[in-house]
Design a binder for this molecule. Structure first.
Ligand SMILES: [Zn+2]
Length: 283
């Protein structure tokens, strides 16, 4: 296999090559270089032309020698200029960049490394700039925005308190005749109930159903002069059953008991009181 020969090495071998002074091995290397390198091949042609014209000049004696010398000077100046212009052309410069392939892979490696570094820096930057919940940046932005869902206000007399829509959640699922629940909650700007917490969980059997009902509840949001705000509330849900005493000797009152489904009984009225408006939470 013929070892690689770059343009710089080839250039030094051109003159001995033309003079026939190159060892055979070096000659083979140079010839294989000249086969693909147009620049060096053109240089060989130039050197051969100059050599030939010098030989002609030397061979012709007499009064033409002055002209011949002048001619060969002009010739060599022209050739030098052509060569210089060709060396400055973009094509030759670009080819020169790839003349030594030893630099190709390090250059590709360095480019890939720079691209990876750039990607890593942008990823870290993106991750670092994202606001994580409960991060300092997130807390600062919440506290800079009072009345938002993350930073609810305390109800006060200057606010319009939240009112339940659709009569609030029902306690009909409760088998007990009387029940009271107290909830600490946030009524959001959209009128939903968030972050609620049962303050009195005595009736633990129905807590799940109760919390489902609370979750479904909708309010008109609390309002200040600036618009809807989220507020902390304590919500009291109360169910009371009212019983009337019956005199068994009073036939007039006993009659409806025989057909309770046809006529609402006056004897026993069950239902929950409309909820009280949420009161300001404890501070
Ligand atoms: Zn070359």
């Amino acid at each position: 296999m013929i070892s690689y020969l770059g343009c710089d090495g080839a250039r030094e071998m051109l003159q001995p090559f033309i003079d026939g002074e190159l060892p055979t091995a070096a000659q083979v290397r140079l010839e294989s270089h000249l086969r693909w390198c147009d620049t060096c091949a053109a240089r060989v042609d130039d050197l051969r032309t100059v050599g030939a014209s010098l030989r002609i000049g030397a061979a012709v004696p007499g009064h033409h020698s002055e002209d011949q010398r002048a001619l060969s000077v002009i010739q060599s100046e022209v050739l030098t200029r052509i060569r210089a212009e060709r060396d400055q052309s973009w094509g030759v410069r670009c080819r020169g960049l790839f003349s030594d392939m030893r630099f190709l892979w390090p250059a590709i490696g360095a480019t890939v490394a720079v691209a990876l570094c750039f990607y890593a820096v942008t990823s870290v930057n993106r991750v670092a700039r994202a606001e994580l919940p409960y991060s300092l940046a997130d807390r600062i932005s919440a506290s800079a925005n009072p009345g938002s869902d993350r930073n609810p206000l305390q109800l006060d007399s200057r606010m319009l308190a939240p009112r339940p829509l659709d009569h609030g959640s029902s306690l009909d699922f409760m088998p007990a005749e009387d029940a009271v629940f107290a909830l600490a909650a946030v009524v959001t700007r959209e009128g939903r109930v968030a972050n609620f917490e049962l303050l009195d969980a005595a009736e633990s059997a129905h807590v799940t159903a109760l919390l489902e009902a609370v979750k479904e509840s909708r309010f008109t949001p609390a309002r200040t002069s600036d618009g809807a705000v989220a507020v902390n509330v304590v919500w009291l849900l109360e169910r009371t059953t009212v019983k009337a005493s019956i005199d068994p000797n009073d036939a007039g009152l006993l009659a409806p008991l025989t057909a309770p489904s046809e006529k609402p009984s006056a004897e026993r009225t069950s239902g929950e009181r409309p909820r009280r408006a949420p009161r300001p939470a404890r501070s």
